[in-house]
Design a protein around this ligand. Structure first.
Ligand SMILES: C[S@@+](CC[C@H](N)C(=O)[O-])C[C@H]1O[C@@H](n2cnc3c(N)ncnc32)[C@H](O)[C@@H]1O
Length: 230
């Protein structure tokens, strides 16, 4: 039940390194009575959860946890739901869920993994097309746009894969089958800002041949044509 006037705050916690949480986000967490989020997200903000009741959630029980948190918000408690990276980047499904429970949602943005990938690659967002496959719904349209943009586009492309059915090797396979050149360069960033961060560079053909598993925290970058990153 959505009750008008009930307020809840969504804090975007950044790409993994707790030092990249904003000061505004930190303040909201320190003042909160209740903080909910997926466990991996809560782990990032643990240093600021001293006083709050912490409500970890999973994909299975998120509706129930968000319902409980909204009920607490209706009783006047300060409630925060945490989201990974930035809340304007591939986080629409969680935001929509939160909005189904409360009338007013305050948003505190964060640093996205996409911004970190841009920083590592030395490119800017205005030169870049962003596509996410990280969603529950069918991604046929996004894959079509990806192929079209790789064939004719003039921008870099940053792509979020989907764990675990649309990961870098299978995406590269798909692109080769769609007729893209085998020597098209691609970079995969893993675990940006976290321990074990890695960067893999190669061609589409090499990427398609990779048998090792990439992290669920992986981002693909396709530099724009003619631009070498060496
Ligand atoms: C549901 S999306 C959420 C993105 C998030 N809102 C953001 O702004 O970074 C999760 C996907 O983002 C990417 N991602 C998030 N954090 C990452 C990191 N530290 N390193 C690499 N990729 C990351 C991965 O593709 C991951 O599967």
């Amino acid at each position: 039940m959505v009750v008008k006037g009930t307020k809840l705050t969504v804090v975007a916690v950044g790409p993994g390194d707790p030092q990249l949480l904003t000061l505004r986000g930190q303040q909201a967490l320190q003042e909160a009575d209740v903080v909910a989020g997926f466990q991996t997200v809560l782990n990032v903000v643990r240093p600021w959860l001293d006083r709050a009741e912490v409500r970890p959630m999973t994909y299975r029980d998120q509706e129930q946890v968000l319902g409980d948190v909204a009920a607490q918000a209706r009783q006047g408690r300060r409630c925060v739901v945490c989201c990974w990276g930035d809340l304007n980047v591939s986080a629409g499904e969680l935001l929509a869920r939160v909005r189904r429970h409360v009338g007013q949602v305050d948003l505190i943005p964060g640093i996205s993994s996409v911004q970190v990938a841009c920083a590592r690659a030395g490119i800017s967002l205005e030169e870049t097309l962003f596509i996410t496959l990280h969603q529950r719904r069918d991604s046929t349209d996004e894959l079509t746009e990806l192929v079209r943009s790789l064939q004719g586009g003039q921008r870099h492309i940053i792509l979020l894969p989907r764990p675990w059915d649309m990961m870098p090797a299978s995406i590269a396979h798909h692109l080769l089958e769609a007729g893209l050149p085998a020597d098209r360069p691609v970079t995969v960033y893993q675990r940006l800002t976290l321990e074990g961060e890695q960067e893999w560079r190669g061609t589409l053909a090499e990427c398609a041949d990779l048998s090792g598993e990439f992290s669920d925290l992986s981002i693909m970058l396709f530099p724009r044509p003619g631009e070498s990153r060496d």
